[in-house]
Design a protein. Structure first.
Length: 363
């Protein structure tokens, strides 16, 4: 098969990491082309490019942010040129392909992976109704990444059925830098018994809600708990207020290419999101046996069972998340870290995920 994958960019992020992993796995037995929109010569728009299999044809359109109507015609011409069997869109790019789906529906299968709740992406009632028409009549096949995402799509678009394929991730194991990371973390710990928490995410004050994360860790430290928080991800250099509010044992480490090393050494993985699909960082934590402490949003509740495979707060509120961290501190030794790894390998590996997509491509 010839498959075109389309995403905004390859910035450090979960959806972007997933698209690279999926493309690499698909390229084992298929011809894969990857199109990105944002200029990859600026910021971190090409962060994952070095991880892309050299067999994959990569195209960067260098489009500035904002809706560009001319892309509807441009993508139509691209599809006419390449004649793919499948077009697979991610994030909010589906709107650019509705015209192509109408004209080329008998020649190409169009899929759209829904990474976030649709209410966070759709801007108007007209857009919602257009999407509903294409999804209902299978001109575009929506794929949810969790049971919660499926439910929100069914309600939002008033659809009876939607396929669910959980995100997958390639387990990269420890890197050659693992001993350096161990030494780095030992220096950041307050004592030998310090519990190390790791937060992996770009800075996003609305979705990722890092201000709440910082405040609950400030509370823990003020009340004498021996904890350290490592914050890994992009965008925090601009979060001046957030960093000023953080106490001394909260460390902003920037972007890391070897996040597995930090998860393998940390005691817990933290996610304080207001909404999610199925976070790739959570799958990475499971692959490393790093115990998650999360808010109850999106696909998180499908994967994290409180007190069994991690800890989930009762709500996205600050007090409830604080209580979940306290529960972790008291009960984390009851969680079998090796069991988390088994759950990942059996259900969330990129190999398992890719097989499901290939089956759907062929229908």
């Amino acid at each position: 098969m010839k498959i075109i994958q389309v995403i905004y960019s390859l910035v450090p992020g979960g959806a972007e990491r997933f698209v690279v992993d999926l493309s690499n796995e698909l390229a084992r037995d298929n011809k894969v082309l990857l199109y990105t929109l944002r200029d990859d010569s600026i910021n971190d728009h090409a962060f994952y490019l070095d991880s892309l299999n050299k067999q994959i044809e990569y195209f960067n359109l260098k489009i500035k942010p904002g809706f560009k109507p001319y892309l509807i015609w441009l993508f139509y011409k691209i599809l006419r040129k390449h004649k793919p069997d499948v077009v697979h869109c991610h994030l909010n790019l589906v709107n650019y392909f509705f015209f192509s789906a109408l004209i080329l529906r008998k020649k190409i299968k169009f899929l759209y992976t829904v990474h976030n709740p649709p209410s966070t992406e759709v801007q108007s009632e007209v857009e919602r109704q257009i999407r509903r028409f294409f999804f209902k009549h299978k001109l575009f096949v929506p794929v949810a990444i969790s049971d919660e995402t499926k439910k929100s799509c069914q309600e939002f678009y008033k659809l009876s059925e939607i396929d669910v394929i959980y995100n997958g991730r390639r387990d990269e194991g420890p890197s050659e830098k693992i001993e350096e990371v161990k030494h780095e973390i030992e220096l950041l710990k307050r004592t030998k018994k310090t519990l190390v928490f790791c937060h992996l995410s770009r800075y996003d004050k609305i979705q990722k809600n890092q201000i709440m994360l910082i405040r609950v860790f400030n509370r823990l430290m003020e009340e004498g708990y021996d904890v350290t928080l490592l914050v890994i991800g992009s965008g925090f250099e601009e979060a001046t207020q957030l960093k000023n509010e953080a106490k001394s044992h909260i460390h902003f480490l920037g972007v890391k290419s070897n996040v597995n090393d930090y998860l393998l050494i940390s005691d817990a993985f933290c996610l304080s999101s207001s909404f999610e699909g199925m976070p790739i960082s959570l799958l990475e934590a499971f692959a490393c046996g790093c115990i998650p402490v999360c808010t109850p949003v999106g696909g998180i509740v499908d994967l994290v069972k409180n007190g069994v495979t991690g800890f989930v707060s009762k709500s996205i509120g600050e007090d409830d998340y604080y209580n979940s961290l306290l529960q972790f501190i008291k009960e984390h030794k009851n969680i079998n870290r090796e069991n988390l790894k088994k759950i990942f390998y059996n259900n969330y590996s990129i190999e398992h995920c890719t097989k499901q997509y290939i089956d759907l491509f062929k229908i």
